[in-house]
Write a protein that binds this ligand. Structure first.
Ligand SMILES: *Cc1c(COP(=O)(O)O)cnc(C)c1O
Length: 229
């Protein structure tokens, strides 16, 4: 299957799920996740209409960014270490994996240094799995309140990863939990609700996601398994 036909099929499924949620397909932003994907293949995806790219590692992204740059909007979706923030703010339009005041403050500081405002999402651990990053649902509002006023960042919503399971009901439950948290944020801070990957994006969109992060359905199954931390 070509990237183009994978994307066409994916967009159709997203549109169908959006319709079930009473939304138009244009309400849902597709972030193509390109960890382990090489530059020519990313360019092929951009030619096929991809506007947003998601990467997990600053080092990998920096290399790719040099050849692609403004051809797309860049999203950091992996765990970000404070000492990589300086490099990250040059590359990314949005950092979706903010889970501490310290990290948010550093993103703000480094963004201001280069005259930029970086959009950030707070990552919430909705799966309850200990290995996952993100704040607990109980900590979401206090962190959002603490970081909403930081200069150089623009708090724009929440991101979450559901548990890896065939149990669709429990995945749906996790997404509904994140949507409920998101709906209660102040209006300027709830532009994006980033949830849904290859295995669960249809459930996520039905539950209110407006940003899906999808890799394998576009680029094929990854042969190199990256750790998420
Ligand atoms: C890898 C990754 C994705 C995409 O995963 P697929 O199952 O390939 O669609 C989405 N979100 C995050 C945070 C990821 O690390």
């Amino acid at each position: 299957m070509s990237i183009e036909s994978n994307l066409a099929e994916l967009r159709k499924k997203i549109a169908d799920a959006a319709a079930r949620a009473g939304k138009s397909p244009s309400d849902i932003t597709l972030v193509a996740v390109t960890k382990t994907v090489d530059v020519p293949t990313i360019k092929e995806a951009i030619d096929a209409g991809v506007t947003d790219i998601g990467e997990n590692y600053v080092q990998d992204s920096a290399r790719k960014y040099d050849s692609i740059k403004c051809g797309a909007r860049w999203h950091m979706i992996g765990h970000l270490q404070t000492n990589k923030v300086k490099q990250a703010v040059h590359i990314f339009d949005m950092i979706q994996s903010v889970d501490s005041l310290r990290l948010a403050a550093e993103i703000g500081r480094r963004s201001l240094e280069i005259g930029k405002t970086t959009k950030v999402l707070v990552e919430v651990n909705i799966s309850g799995e200990e290995s996952k990053t993100g704040v607990t649902p109980f900590e979401v509002y206090s962190l959002c309140e603490q970081i909403a006023g930081i200069e150089g960042i623009n708090l724009s919503g929440l991101m979450g990863i559901a548990q890896f399971t065939d149990d669709a009901d429990s995945v749906r439950h996790s997404f509904a939990l994140l949507r409920n948290l998101w709906e209660k944020l102040p209006e300027p801070n709830r532009k994006y609700l980033s949830m849904g990957m290859t295995s669960d994006f249809e459930i996520a969109v039905e539950e209110g996601s407006n940003m899906v992060r999808i890799g394998s359905a576009i680029f094929g199954v990854r042969t190199v398994q990256y750790l998420t931390k």
